[in-house]
Design a binder for this molecule. Structure first.
Ligand SMILES: Nc1ncnc2c1ncn2[C@@H]1O[C@H](COP(=O)(O)OP(=O)(O)OP(=O)(O)O)[C@@H](O)[C@H]1O
Ligand SMILES: [Mg+2]
Length: 225
């Protein structure tokens, strides 16, 4: 489903080109549970941005479900993201003034889903991540682990096939981190494709396949049982 062929990404900082990804070829099938490891600056977030259609490659080809992504316009990319992809970030990216429920409802507001349907779906998703009793709490009234679970519920709002998480446990204590990883595992078992960037080898050990990046290159790709 995800096919990268010699993909590169070069950022231009004034006149200085920064090669963030350098000829990465990888295929990820539907339903895989993959982690991405590598030192700071090795290109992990860049890879997630490309896979998630937040950005397009400078070279090589990226096919998502057989469709080439490089030539697509902003609107097409946004449409693919909304339909197929759920993002989870290290810093949660929740709206501070909105309740947990409203945060989870947001992607469905953009999709113009009706109020009542939206609310019941959001409540169902909060229940799924174990926060059914925190619906009217604001982010400041939740723990870090709970905030990340709200973010995960929000990522699931449009039933994405692919969940992309960039260091989702980076700001969490190890217990909350483990809980988040267990939720990812559950999503994988339910058939979602889950890709997680992490610095944490114990988290990587939970996934079925580990990709290692170094200096923008894919230096290893190993199965995990
Ligand atoms: N928008 C940008 N403009 C210019 N350079 C960028 C941009 N984003 C990333 N880079 C550069 O590309 C390289 C890869 O960055 P990337 O964010 O993908 O690394 P990373 O592996 O996610 O690192 P970390 O573990 O610190 O998050 C770095 O050298 C970085 O400075
Ligand atoms: Mg990063």
């Amino acid at each position: 489903m995800i096919e990268l062929e010699k993909v590169s990404k070069v950022y231009r900082m004034g006149t200085v080109p920064v090669v963030a990804l350098d000829g990465v070829s990888v295929e990820i099938a539907a339903g895989e549970f993959v982690s991405v490891l590598g030192p700071s600056g090795s290109g992990k977030s860049t890879l997630m941005h490309l896979i998630g259609c937040l950005d397009t490659p400078s070279g090589g080809t990226y096919r998502l479900d057989g469709r080439r992504v490089e030539g697509l316009k902003r609107n097409d990319l946004a449409e693919i993201r909304n339909r197929k992809i759920g993002f989870v970030f290290q810093n949660f990216n929740l709206l501070g003034y909105a309740t947990a429920l409203e945060n989870v409802e947001l992607p469905m507001v953009y999709k113009k889903m009706r109020g009542r349907e939206r609310k019941s779906k959001a409540l169902e998703l909060l229940g799924l991540v174990g926060l059914g009793d925190r619906a009217v709490h604001r982010p400041s009234e939740l723990s870090g682990g709970q905030r990340q679970r709200v973010a995960l519920a929000r990522a699931l709002a449009n039933d994405p096939e692919i969940i992309l998480a960039d260091e989702p446990t980076g700001n969490l204590d190890s217990q909350s981190g483990r809980e988040i990883v267990q939720l990812f595992r559950k999503l994988h078992q339910a058939g979602k494709t889950v890709i997680v960037v992490t610095h944490d080898k114990t988290i990587a050990a939970e996934t079925r396949r580990v990709l290692n990046l170094f200096d923008g290159k894919l230096v290893s790709d190993s199965p995990n049982h």
